[in-house]
Design a protein. Structure first.
Length: 380
């Protein structure tokens, strides 16, 4: 058991922001939060102690793209790159690929969890059941239906959470329900579904939209579509890429006014450029240039993002006019609940994992802790 005293700063807890606190850690979990001395003292220097961030869409990092390295080493490199930005739990994300690569990636998830790669809590399979009209940077030649073989592959028991992004109009509610019954988290994306199709998908167990507003038609007054159906649904989680590029600030604020706050969550859609010395990369044979923090193919198509979660939190504070504690809830508490992990992580509370991020007053990461120990220093 270790008591860690945090002084001269703000500690974000579900019950409110504390002016410093002593956290007791036992067996990598928070045993208590209170006052008193500690064996270790951390000076927040006017900064923040926030729950470790949970990112449900991480295509790559540290120069590694999961599609190119669907193995334990690739997963570990991606997780390590994002730890420097406060992410203590993530879903490495596979962009549309063949069933063979999907199988390799999911098997690698099992192996990564078995050997204890820090922060890996599951895997996100984005595609291949998508609408070619909203393919974005995905390779439409690899799209396929949600047939029995693909359901069987995605539904196999795994050591972590499995999330799938699909276009509801490219399958049926019954097939969505089959995935949900197997424990798969199903989200909508790269879709032109109409509102009725979205409502049927929600009824079948689809629980959110991977990146609201992106890779889907805009809201229309007579055709609400994916956006309108999601804004109108009281329960659907809404992933938001808050990087100043994917969605205009005013549109983000409209979403925040329309949705229950606890259904908004930050996602990065991060590419290998995050935490990499060389920013440009190749995606399935296509060169992607990264300029001014924007990842684009030569034809102008956005190719994921160069966004890290610490930057997303800073952006959320600015865009939504909220405190760091509320932005951290969007980056940690809400995605943990989306993944069904609210009893494990996502907040600074007794019983949960001792995963947190120490940030300075400007919300730049100083240290990332996992299990009550320093796991990474902030990115230089």
């Amino acid at each position: 058991m270790t008591r860690i005293r945090f002084v001269d700063g703000s500690v974000a807890t579900p019950g409110g922001v504390l002016a410093g606190a002593t956290i007791t850690v036992q067996d990598a979990r928070i045993a208590a939060i209170g006052d008193g001395a500690g064996e270790v003292t951390v000076d927040l220097a006017g900064g923040w102690l926030l729950p470790g961030f949970v990112d449900t869409q991480v295509n790559g990092g540290g120069g590694v793209l999961l599609n190119d390295a669907p193995c334990v080493d690739g997963i570990a490199a991606i997780a390590a790159a994002h730890r420097a930005y406060g992410t203590t739990a993530l879903l490495p994300t596979l962009i549309t690929d063949t069933p063979e690569v999907i199988a390799r990636a999911l098997d690698a998830l099992d192996d990564a969890v078995a050997v204890g790669v820090p922060g890996v809590v599951g895997m996100h399979i984005e595609g291949p059941v998508m609408n070619p009209a909203r393919r974005g940077i995905h390779d439409a030649a690899l799209f396929r239906p949600l047939d029995d073989a693909l359901i069987e592959l995605l539904a196999r028991p795994r050591r972590g959470r499995v999330m799938v992004t699909l276009a509801p109009e490219m399958t049926t509610p019954d097939r969505i329900a089959a995935l949900v019954r197997a424990g798969v988290i199903v989200s909508a994306g790269h879709s032109e579904a109409d509102a009725a199709t979205m409502r049927a998908a929600f009824a079948a167990g689809l629980i959110g939209v991977t990146h609201l507003f992106n890779a889907m038609p805009p809201l229309h007054q007579r055709a609400p579509g994916v956006v309108g159906a999601t804004l109108d649904d009281p329960y659907a989680w809404s992933g938001l890429i808050v990087d100043g590029v994917h969605v205009a600030d005013a549109v983000l604020r409209v979403a925040a006014k329309a949705r229950p706050f606890d259904r908004l969550m930050l996602v990065t859609d991060a590419m290998p450029s995050v935490g990499a010395a060389t920013k440009d990369f190749v995606l399935q044979g296509r060169p992607i240039a990264v300029r001014d923090g924007i990842c684009r193919h030569a034809d102008g198509t956005l190719a994921g993002s160069d966004l890290d979660m610490a930057s997303a939190v800073r952006n959320a504070v600015r865009v939504f006019g909220i405190g760091a504690d509320r932005a951290a809830a969007m980056a940690a508490t809400h995605p943990a609940a989306f993944l069904g992990l609210a009893n494990e992580r996502g907040a600074l509370a007794p019983g949960l994992r001792a995963d947190w991020v120490v940030m300075d007053r400007d919300l730049t990461v100083r240290e990332t802790w996992i299990g009550g120990a320093v796991a990474a220093k902030g990115a230089a």
